[in-house]
Design a protein around this ligand. Sequence first.
Ligand code: SAM
Length: 226
Amino acid sequence: MGSTEKNLINAYSGKRAQQYDQVRSNKPRWKQEQAIMTSFLDAVPPTKVVDCPFGTGRWFEAYEAHGMFVIAVDLSQDMLNEAKQKVTAFKPGRYDFRRGSIFDLSTMLDKHCADTFVCIRFLNWINREEVSKVLSEARKIDFRYLILGISVYPQEEGAVRQISRKLALVKRNRRNRKLGTPIEYVHEEKGFEKELQSFGYRVCERKETFRLASRVNKIFLCQKVE
Ligand SMILES: C[S@@+](CC[C@H](N)C(=O)[O-])C[C@H]1O[C@@H](n2cnc3c(N)ncnc32)[C@H](O)[C@@H]1O
C-alpha cells in the first residue's frame, strides 16, 4: 500500500468513519451532490453500478429508486461497515460489498461487470498520474458511463484567477500538513477533459457542487465514445 492510500485509510477509519455522515450531511455541498447524482442517474439510467469509493453508502436511496445492482468497493473496512449497517433498511441482495483499492479495480472485477462507474469525493485526494490510473482501470472494465466528482481550476477562468487559486491551495495544504490530514489536489479542468477523451470518454454534462478560494468542485457525467 502506498503512502497516499495509508493516509487516506487513516482519514476514513474508526471514529472518522462512524462520524462521516454526521459531520457532512447537513452541509449545502452534500445536498447539492445528492441532487446532481439523482439527476445524472435519471439521465443514464444504469442497470449495474460500480461505486468506488463507496464510503458510507450515501446514494442508497438514489440507487434504490432505480432498482439497480451495485458493486460497492472501498479500501476502508470501517467505511464499508457503516454502509453495511444501513443496507438492511434497503434491499441487501442488490449490494455486493468488496474491500479493495480503486487502483486494482480491473483485477478485482470482471470486464463488463457493470455499465456505470461512480467515483465521488476521491479524485481530489490523488495526483494527476493517479487520476490517469483510475481512468485506465475504468476503461479496462469498459464502463459505458462515468460519474466522477473532481476539484478543478475551471477552464473558463483566466491565468490571474488560477494563480490566486493555486496560492490558496498552497495555504490549505500547509494547514493540512500541520493537522496531519491528507493533501488536496486540484486538477486543470481542460487537462482532465483531454485525459477523459484519451481514454475514449466524452463529457455529456458537468455540474458545480461548491467552490472555495482554492477550487471549484464539479461532478462530470461522461459517456464512452462508441
Ligand atoms: C471522502 S470519502 C468518499 C466516500 C463516498 N464516495 C462519498 O462521496 O461520500 C473517501 C473514501 O475513499 C476511500 N479510499 C481511500 N483510498 C482508497 C482506495 N485506494 N481505493 C478505494 N477507496 C479508497 C476511503 O476509505 C473513503 O471511504
